[in-house]
Design a protein around this ligand. Structure first.
Ligand code: ATP
Length: 218
């Protein structure tokens, strides 16, 4: 697979965290910030780090980013800069632009000028954490809708040695087991006839109240 290339504008906490993960995952990353210290901090892990003002369209056009796979606009506070660079990268033809917003109005403007996805990292993380707290499973639940989640559930002792088919999970609880973790190895194509061990972890999709019930079985 060809290495994907991304450009990240703004190296606040969100921009740095996206950059680090992309770079660690083997993507090419070009970062732009007008703060020299922030550029120096990331220079070693990225493909290219440029100190520039994102409102300087002539400078940005010289970076040759039109063939990149995506742009991340990680500037929250400077509304003008965030909107200007979103317009510019869309004009340059970058196919996917994700922008961080600080307020609902900011998000609306970013959408209007062409951002493909607008995120509110703090708000979204807060909602996810609250959801996981509510599910009694701080790290291992992902909300799919207001009533449905995907969750990691320890195999209850009473299920030890039985298979998914024997337990009749789909009919009895209306949940789908989409994966089984055995000693940290994840099988995403589980055999319904395979015997479960009480040390396994199931990845299950279902209604929140049912998942909660399953998570509390002995
Ligand atoms: P976080 O919450 O992710 O830490 P933030 O939204 O509070 O970020 P901002 O103050 O918006 O952070 O700035 C993010 C980064 O964007 C900073 O490193 C800042 O130097 C950079 N930045 C702000 N304006 C410009 C600009 N016009 N050109 C280039 N970089 C900019």
């Amino acid at each position: 697979m060809q290495k994907k290339e991304f450009v990240v504008f703004g190296l606040g906490r969100f921009g740095r965290s996206v950059t680090t993960k992309l770079a660690e995952s083997g993507c090419g990353v070009l970062v732009v910030d007008n703060d020299e210290d922030k550029i120096q901090e990331m220079a070693d892990i990225v493909t290219y780090a440029v100190r520039a003002d994102v409102c300087d369209s002539e400078m940005i056009e010289t970076l040759g980013i039109s063939n990149f796979d995506g742009a991340i606009v990680a500037i929250g506070e400077n509304l003008e800069a965030s909107v200007m660079i979103t317009i510019l990268v869309k004009e340059l033809g970058i196919p996917f632009v994700l922008a961080k917003a600080q307020t609902d109005i900011h998000a609306k403007v970013l959408k209007k000028v062409g951002a493909d996805t607008v995120v509110f990292p703090e708000k979204e993380t807060g909602i996810r954490i609250a959801h996981n707290l509510m599910m009694g499973n701080l790290f291992n639940a992902i909300e799919l809708s207001s009533t449905t989640s995907m969750m990691e559930i320890d195999v209850p002792e009473s299920w030890d040695g039985q298979s998914i088919t024997e337990l009749n999970l789909r009919a009895k609880y209306k949940v789908n087991v989409i994966g089984i973790k055995h000693k940290s190895e994840l099988n995403i194509n589980p055999d319904p006839e395979e015997q479960l061990s009480k040390d396994d972890i199931l990845i299950v999709i279902g209604k929140n109240d049912t998942l909660n019930k399953l998570a509390n079985l002995d």
